[in-house]
Design a binder for this molecule. Sequence first.
Ligand code: ISL
Ligand code: CA
Length: 543
Amino acid sequence: MDKWWKEQVVYQIYPRSFQDSNNDGIGDIPGIVSRLDSLKELGVGIIWLSPVYKSPEYDNGYDISDYRDINPRFGTMADMEHLFSEAAKRGIKIIMDLVINHTSDEHDWFIKSRDKTSPYRDYYIWKPPSEDGGPPNNWTTFFGDDAWEYDPESEEYYLHLFHETQPDLNYRNPKVIEEIKEIMHFWLKKGAAGFRCDVINLIYKTSFEDGIHRVAVRGREHFLTQEGTHEIIKELRRDVLSHYDCFTVGEAPMISLRDAKLLTDSEREELDMLFYFDHLQVDRLMEKYIPKKFSAAKLLKVLTKWQQGLEWNAVYLENHDQPRIISHYGNDGEYRERSAKLFATMLLTLRGTVFIYQGQEIGMTNFDYTRIKQLNDVESLGVDRLLRSYWIPSGLRWKWIASSSRDNARTPYQWSAEEGAGFTKGTPWLGINKNHTKINYEEQKQRSDSVLTFYRNMIALRNSNNTLKHGEFAPAYSDRQVISYTRTIARDEQFTIILNLSGKPAKSPFEGNFMGKVIVTNVGRTNYDGNLAPWEAVVLKVW
Ligand code: ISL
Ligand code: CA
């Protein structure tokens, strides 16, 4: 059998929004334990758990103040150990979120590093002001601000590529790398089956020269996937990961295919797979937020580039940083369920390890907020400031932010139609979408034509079919509405997948002379005649 992590579907849990068990309005670990049976029924084999470590939560846990302890708002270490064992009883493994590009500014290391004479000073990137007394260079963060924060005590700046409460670690310091190895051993010994490696392609900064002029993330050419990063990942794999039966999936903003190959080709022994972003930016300028026209043909081109370009992919359409796919590329109104099933079909027929994000399996939509004050996300608020500095009027700012904000994916899970959506009986930390009365797990669990049932069936098909897991991907057809691709194991089996990514009827070129048995449909089709209804997905078994 190939590597077990190529055979299973992964389910990402964002703990603060999944299930609250003590009615403080925040999801927690005991809440996750209480929902494990629903994940088992769904057919997932691995959970990716977003950070539950001690944190002041300026970036909702991606700012860690103690890697070896649990945020009391999520529970205790005993709760975490109980989650590992309860998941294992159900044959479910858990990978942890490894956030090592930066820590929280409340981490003990950083508190000590504020003292210029401390041995921890060199754990971070401290620099004196430039001649004019300003920041050491012109870099800017992923959240729209300057990347340097001045510390009047020690009269130097420290680097942070994200929020100012997330100081970047210094990977030129071997002591930092040794600390990270110990943290990885700690969680692997606890039972973690591997790691999702947060912004792993940013960790090594080759130089601190000014970056070329850009609107966002200025200076990236000095820290995006540098040679030093490859060396460190190889070392972590050699000294830690290779001693356990585990896997890694890197998250790599702005990654090129060339660099992604270097990070994931198996003979290089670095990462096992990678989250890239291109396929979710087909209708966006500058990574996110600024919309441009969607093109189905462009999406197939991008999917093909990555499906054929990498030895193995991590395939996903949603996570805690992305808008809900049916609101982003689909239709979250009249054809909500049908378009949700279309994207389930796309996701579960692509080659690679499949990642499903909580709520995607019940067709949750973007939030129903109407103004920026309702948002929590530090990125959305930073982008609003950045757009305001370019005199973008507030109405347009809100339109762009509402369509891309990370809070779209962070509204509490909609378990039932009751008040609190079955997520909490307290006041939720983030507003629950009012559409939970219609879109919820309980309502769909028993319904044979629900999005949830469709995901369960697609996952079962995927889990049982070698061609859908390992078959070769090839583009078959595309136009402004329709994309089609095949999955093939030579002399064994071939599927053709045809997706109408539009709200209008469409035709595909396989009309008439096309043979193939319908094995998946989201419109109750029994035989295929080349016509496609709005948002229709069909999978044909050709031979
Ligand atoms: O999608 C993004 C870039 O296009 C950003 O939303 C995201 O911040 C970036 O991908 C990095 O994400 C990761 O690191 C951040 C944290 O805020 C995100 O939640 C995490 O997924 C800093 O740790
Ligand atoms: Ca709670």
